[in-house]
Design a protein around this ligand. Structure first.
Ligand SMILES: Nc1nc2c(ncn2[C@@H]2O[C@H](COP(=O)(O)OP(=O)(O)OP(=O)(O)O)[C@@H](O)[C@H]2O)c(=O)[nH]1
Ligand SMILES: [Mg+2]
Length: 197
C-alpha cells in the first residue's frame, strides 16, 4: 500500500466531535498497551503519527487519522488497564460503544491481541459484541518479534484455537519488524470493499 499522506484529524470523546462520516473508516481496538498506536504507525510508515507509550492507558480519546485523503484509521483507547483513573474507566465503555454502534462510515474493526497473553474476558466480550451487531472484524496478533520461533508458533496456534469459530484466521504482526503489514493491508482493503492495489 502506497501512503501519500497521513494526518491527524481530531480527537473526540463524543459523537458531536467526530469528523463528518465522508470516507470509509477502520477502527483499531484492544487492551491498553497491546500496541494499537504502534501498529497504525507501522501500517502507514510513520514513526510518530500516533503517540505511543510505555505507560498503559495513554490513549484516552478516539483519535481520527486521514490516510491518502481516501479513508480514515481510528485509534480507540485501550481497555483493561487497572491504573487508569476510575472516572476515565467509567467513560470508556459508553464512549467506545457509542462510536462503534453509531458510526455510519465504520467499515470494520481490527481487534489487536498480544502474542504473549491469552485472550481475556474483555477481548472475548468485544468480539461477541461486534458479532452481535454484525460489525465486520479481523483479529491481529501483534508483538510476535518478542518470542522465539517455537514459542511463537505455539502461542499463535493457541489463540487461533480460542477463536476458531470466527470466519477469519488471526493475522500475525510485528510493529518492530513490520511482519504482516501487507497481509493486514489486504484485510483492511477487503473490509473497505476496495479492490487490492
Ligand atoms: N517489540 C515490540 N514492541 C511493541 C510492538 N508494538 C508495540 N510495542 C511496544 O508496546 C508499548 C505500547 O505500545 P502502544 O502502541 O503505545 O500501545 P497502545 O495499545 O496504543 O497503548 P494505549 O494507547 O495505552 O492503549 C510501546 O512500548 C511499544 O513500543 C511490537 O510489535 N513489538
Ligand atoms: Mg495508544
Amino acid at each position: 500500500m502506497k501512503i501519500t499522506s497521513a494526518d491527524f484529524i481530531t480527537g473526540a470523546v463524543k459523537p458531536e466531535q467526530y469528523p463528518p462520516p465522508e470516507v470509509p473508516e477502520i477502527a483499531f481496538a484492544g487492551r491498553s498497551n497491546v500496541g494499537k498506536s504502534s501498529l497504525i504507525n507501522a501500517l502507514v510508515n510513520r514513526k510518530h503519527l500516533v503517540k505511543t507509550s510505555n505507560t498503559p492507558g495513554r490513549t484516552q480519546q478516539i483519535n481520527f487519522f486521514d490516510i491518502n485523503s481516501a479513508f480514515n484509521l481510528v485509534d480507540l483507547p485501550g481497555y483493561g488497564f487497572a491504573k487508569v483513573p476510575p472516572a476515565v474507566k467509567r467513560q470508556w465503555g459508553p464512549m467506545v460503544e457509542a462510536y462503534l454502534a453509531q458510526r455510519a462510515s465504520l467499515k470494520g474493526v481490527i481487534l489487536i491481541l498480544d502474542v504473549r497473553r491469552h485472550p481475556g474476558a474483555e477481548d472475548d466480550r468485544l468480539v461477541h459484541w461486534l458479532a452481535a451487531r454484525q460489525i465486520p472484524m479481523r483479529l491481529v496478533i501483534t508483538k510476535i518479534d518478542k518470542l522465539g520461533t517455537n514459542r511463537r508458533i505455539d502461542r499463535l496456534a493457541a489463540i487461533g484455537t480460542h477463536y476458531a469459530s470466527l470466519p477469519h484466521v488471526p493475522i500475525p504482526f510485528s510493529a518492530r519488524t513490520r511482519f504482516g503489514r501487507e497481509e493486514l493491508w489486504s484485510a483492511l482493503l477487503d473490509l473497505m470493499g476496495a479492490p487490492p492495489p
